[in-house]
Design a protein around this ligand. Structure first.
Ligand SMILES: C[S@@+](CC[C@H](N)C(=O)[O-])C[C@H]1O[C@@H](n2cnc3c(N)ncnc32)[C@H](O)[C@@H]1O
Length: 238
């Protein structure tokens, strides 16, 4: 677990972000079987303390690596990986039924360029991802925690954005999306404070949805509720 003040930047000890609640959500028989049988092919076990992932060992090749945080049921993850076979993808999700769902899809559609961590991304990004190693980070429709007293549970916080910056190579793209307008504004404010990121939008802080990004389950739900969708794209600068 990333301890208090795991940023190594000094200052008062801070509590790690707790951006999720462990939902019950029963595993289907297929998901339970997938977690047992497909994990050796697609699963990422946390490296021992002090060690970080070795991408060539994980994927069996050297290619650009993109991390997706909180992939939900992983539908967008496997579809994007299938469409971009020259890239490798690390999906990180705490909800086991979602992880099982993605493992089943990877196997069914024979998608070989995704590896999956069933972990808290706040700890995993800090402890397992090598510095300056990622070509991209994606955070699609993170839980908005709309009530003011819950804002501290939002995953987009200065420390987490600093952690992402450390994990990304210069020129890498951080891509966020949300259907909750106040969270979009919060994202803009938090990321503007970090000098490692340059907003790639041409007009205002938001970018059009890139054509390659599949609509996610939560996005479709938000649209059914009449919510506007905001995409945010940033380049990691030196
Ligand atoms: C609102 S859902 C969006 C899922 C998906 N990206 C989509 O758009 O359909 C947010 C997801 O993030 C996951 N999540 C929240 N905090 C997380 C964390 N710290 N580490 C990993 N996953 C997390 C939740 O379990 C949930 O599946």
């Amino acid at each position: 677990m990333s301890g208090p003040d795991s940023t190594g930047q000094g200052g008062a000890a801070r509590r790690p972000i707790r951006s999720f609640v462990i939902r019950g959500g029963r595993l289907t028989d297929g998901q339970a079987r997938a977690l047992e049988q497909l994990w050796p092919s697609y699963g990422i076990d946390r490296p021992p303390a002090g060690e970080r992932l070795d991408y060539p060992e994980l994927f069996g090749r050297s290619a650009p690596v993109i991390a997706e945080i909180g992939f939900g049921n992983g539908e967008a993850t496997w579809r994007t990986a299938r469409d971009y076979p020259e890239q490798d993808f690390i999906g990180i999700e705490v909800h086991r039924p979602g992880v099982g769902h993605l493992l089943l899809a990877l196997d069914e559609h024979r998608v070989g360029n995704v590896r999956v961590a069933c972990e808290d991304a706040v700890e995993f990004m800090d402890e397992a991802i090598p510095p300056a190693s990622l070509s991209g980070v994606r955070l699609f429709f993170p839980d908005p925690w709309p009530k003011k007293r819950h804002h501290k549970r939002r995953i987009v916080q200065p420390d987490f954005i600093a952690c992402l910056a450390r994990s990304m190579a210069p020129g890498a793209v951080l891509h966020l999306a949300t259907d909750w307008a106040p969270y979009a504004e919060h994202m803009v404010e938090v990321i503007a404070e970090n000098a490692s990121f340059r907003n790639l939008a041409e007009d205002g802080p938001y970018s059009p949805r890139p054509a390659w990004r599949p609509e996610t389950r939560y996005e479709l739900r938000g649209k059914r509720l009449g919510h506007e969708v905001f995409d945010l794209l940033y380049e990691k600068i030196d």
